[in-house]
Design a protein around this ligand. Structure first.
Ligand SMILES: NC(=O)c1ccc[n+]([C@@H]2O[C@H](COP(=O)([O-])OP(=O)(O)OC[C@H]3O[C@@H](n4cnc5c(N)ncnc54)[C@H](OP(=O)(O)O)[C@@H]3O)[C@@H](O)[C@H]2O)c1
Length: 344
């Protein structure tokens, strides 16, 4: 007997990716239900070789559903996750609504799967920000060996991180430039086609953006509160996959060769690092893949025990959908939940 799984936001970028990853990985689901807003009622989404008709979230009864994978934005999660959790359905939430709540585990399975205990307080588990997920997968194995003191990260984030409207805006603007039409910005604050924007989410009082703050706060919660981290987050005209330039200062000595060897063995990591043969990863190449790719590992001679590296991953997969499905797999593999139908 398998699980009954609901996908909230099934028509969105992340929701569609969740459906394909559940199918690819053979998740033990007896039934998968696609949910979105009333606007999408009756539209169809693919799940493997099946087609699911989308149902409206606000008319769905979760009482016999085991797991809800939610990616419909923070406001929907804030309102719905507690109600769904109270019906005994475990919510794995992709928005930022619950990530900083002390009662909600924030999980990247390769890094802190054991922190999932306690999820049943609210029946909510949070998925991190896309930039945080790939960053901590790459940092954790190095932290275990050489203890990270400080990280400086600059992100190069694709437009799919801003949902399907972000992808549409890059496409429409690029076309407008070629055919000499006026370029209009509605989703992003400035033109994104043939440009980049050092502004993701809102500005905060200290001059950082909320996106930058998320990477700092989430890395501390997932990996280690003692790590000092500063971030600059930039939107770039790339459709899918986020890239990061990462500078790390360690307590103990570590060479580039040692870091390469450690990361080659680390879960979720794939090292492609032979610049002489032009072997390094770009976002285009990482798209559709599960791994967190690491390239350009080199020593930083300007600090004691410093390394630089280039980290790229598909933001819709490891940054969102894949990580959420991996969390569901932890629940199942560790027998932390049973299918309600079996229990009945
Ligand atoms: N994209 C990423 O890289 C990424 C990474 C990590 C986390 N996330 C988070 O994941 C969430 C979704 O992102 P996305 O990129 O998939 O966005 P998206 O492509 O814009 O999709 C949004 C989804 O939410 C649904 N929705 C909107 N209002 C709703 C309502 N009132 N009731 C039910 N469903 C509603 C939409 O359904 P309709 O089609 O019916 O409007 C759609 O399925 C966001 O919280 C985002 O921050 C995204």
């Amino acid at each position: 007997m398998g699980y009954k799984v609901a996908i909230v936001g099934a028509t969105g970028n992340v929701g569609r990716e969740i459906l394909s990853i559940l199918d690819e990985r053979g998740f033990p689901a007896d039934e998968v239900v696609a949910l979105a807003s009333r606007r999408s009622q009756g539209t169809e989404v693919s799940f493997g070789d099946r087609v699911l008709k989308v149902k409206p979230l606000d008319q769905y009864d979760f009482s016999d559903t085991d797991i809800c994978l939610m990616s419909a934005g923070g406001a929907i999660s804030k309102e719905w996750a507690p109600k769904i959790g109270a019906q005994g359905c475990v919510v794995i939430d992709n928005s930022s609504a619950w990530r900083y709540d002390a009662q909600v585990p924030l999980i990247v399975p390769e890094v802190n799967a054991d922190a999932i205990v306690g999820f049943s307080k609210l029946n909510i588990i949070a998925n991190p920000n896309c930039s945080t997920a790939q960053l901590v997968v790459a940092l954790k194995p190095l932290h275990d060996i050489a203890t990270i003191k400080r990280v400086v990260v600059s992100t190069y984030q694709s437009v799919s991180g801003a949902g399907k409207e972000g992808m549409d805006e890059l496409f429409t603007q690029t076309r407008a430039v070629f055919v000499n039409d006026p370029v209009e910005s509605t989703k992003f604050t400035k033109r994104i086609a043939f440009n980049l924007i050092p502004h993701i989410d809102v500005f905060m009082e200290d001059g950082y953006t909320k996106e930058e703050w998320k990477v700092m706060a989430e890395t501390k919660k997932i990996l280690d509160p003692k790590i000092k981290l500063t971030c600059t987050a930039v939107r770039v005209p790339v459709f899918v996959s986020h890239s990061e330039s990462v500078n790390i200062e360690f307590e103990k000595p570590i060479t580039a060769d040692e870091a390469r060897d450690i990361l080659r063995e680390a879960p979720g990591c794939l090292v492609i690092d032979n610049p002489e043969e032009e072997q390094y990863i770009t976002p285009y190449e990482a798209t559709g893949e599960d791994a967190t790719y690491i390239s350009r590992i080199r020593e930083d001679a300007t600090v004691e025990n410093g390394l630089n590296m280039w980290v790229v991953s598909d933001n819709l997969r490891k940054g969102a959908a894949l990580n959420a499905v991996q969390i569901a797999e932890v629940l199942v593999n560790r027998k932390l939940i049973q299918p309600k139908k079996q229990a009945a």
